[in-house]
Write a protein that binds this ligand. Structure first.
Ligand SMILES: [Fe+2]
Length: 361
């Protein structure tokens, strides 16, 4: 109950109270420069180490945490009615999953592996390395679920079996998959997301390639984008909660709220950085390094299980804003965008591979 005299906004959410109670560091930031170096603290509940990553642009629609398992360590098993998508930042090991009374299934992972634990399925993690910790970046739908039901017993002690998501299949995490329309690969496990074959995506410009991922019958999905040396992608916007994890290269992103170009936020990134563009903020990614830039975005916007309107229209994130979409064509950019990019390339001795622009008036 809110205390007398307090406004609603002063009462912390169920999710906020819960993450504070976990006793691990909480980073409330716009972006994180290095997930691999992020400070973690002992996480008693799970018998591991962790840190919460509450990024502004997630806007309480989802959250993330870093989980670290000591060499030869084991994490306390848990299940919950929020989704979790895992990217392995370092190390190697195995995970066992099961429904109450069902068969146990174990799969192995290593640095670069990417998977989603199906909803409310028991799962336990093991570090397979004798002298090296294993570290994950995990994106979850916990804020949405915890704040909607505001009952942690419903979240953590719920006997409902979502057998439409996982029914004990032996080959569930075998890495098999199916190509769906729209560059979507439907699967539950990818051994190394960093080397997964990508497909040309002309509309976003710069010779970029991309692939989208539908995982474990989840509402949260992902995509990987790569763009070449000396290039930058077109500016675009979409809903909150896309965790852009850099998996290769170096560069920067510019982000701004519609009509607030003068208050642009710049985020410099490298492998292991993460940023989340806030809801419908314009954002644009620039490769300033001598190798292709690649990122994994864990986000809303499932085509199979649509949720938010701001993501449903994301089908138009590669359509010109002048035609009702959410992308700014190169010709309509502020000339400052190109100037800054060329300056940054010069600092690194890299030549621009962007075609010249004839700006629209
Ligand atoms: Fe984006």
């Amino acid at each position: 109950m809110a205390e007398a005299g307090k406004t609603f906004t002063e009462e912390p959410t169920t999710h906020e109270k819960w993450i504070k109670g976990q006793g691990i560091p909480i980073f409330r930031e716009f972006s994180i420069p290095s997930l691999k170096e992020l400070e973690v603290g002992p996480w008693e509940r799970l018998g591991a180490y962790g840190a919460y990553v509450v990024l502004e642009g997630a806007e309480d629609s989802n959250d993330a945490y870093v989980l670290e398992i000591s060499p030869k360590g084991t994490v306390v098993p848990e299940r919950h009615t929020y989704e979790e998508v895992f990217y392995v930042l370092s190390g190697r090991g195995a995970t066992t999953v099961w429904q109450s009374g069902g068969p146990k299934r174990t799969f192995e992972w290593h640095e670069g592996s990417f998977f989603a634990i199906p909803l409310n399925v028991w799962h336990q993690f093991f570090n397979g390395h004798g002298n090296q910790p294993a570290r994950f970046y995990v994106v979850t739908s916990a804020p949405l679920v915890m704040n909607l039901f505001h009952n942690l017993s419903f979240v953590f002690n719920n006997d409902f079996v979502f057998d439409d998501r996982f029914d004990g299949q032996e080959d569930f995490f075998s890495g098999k998959g199916e190509a769906l329309p729209g560059r979507v690969w439907e699967t539950n496990f990818i051994e190394d997301i960093r080397t997964f074959p990508l497909i040309e995506w002309k509309e976003r410009g710069a010779g970029g390639v991309q692939r989208r991922f539908q995982l474990s019958e989840g509402t949260m999905v992902a995509h990987v984008s790569q763009f070449p040396v000396g290039t930058y992608k077109k500016c675009h916007r979409h809903g909150a909660g896309a965790h852009v994890i850099i998996i290769q290269g170096k560069g920067y992103s510019l982000l701004w709220k519609e009509g607030q170009e003068d208050k642009q936020v710049r985020v410099d990134w490298k492998e292991g950085s993460v940023l989340v563009p806030p809801d419908m903020w314009w954002h644009q990614h620039f490769n300033t390094w001598s190798e292709p830039a690649k990122y994994l975005a864990i986000r809303w916007g499932s085509i199979k299980y649509p949720l938010f309107k701001s993501w449903i229209i994301s089908g138009k994130t590669d359509t010109n804003v002048k035609e009702g979409g959410n992308q700014i064509e190169y010709e309509d950019e502020d000339p400052y965008i190109r100037q800054l990019f060329e300056e940054e390339l010069r600092k690194n001795g890299i030549e621009s591979r962007m075609p010249p622009i004839k700006y629209n008036k």
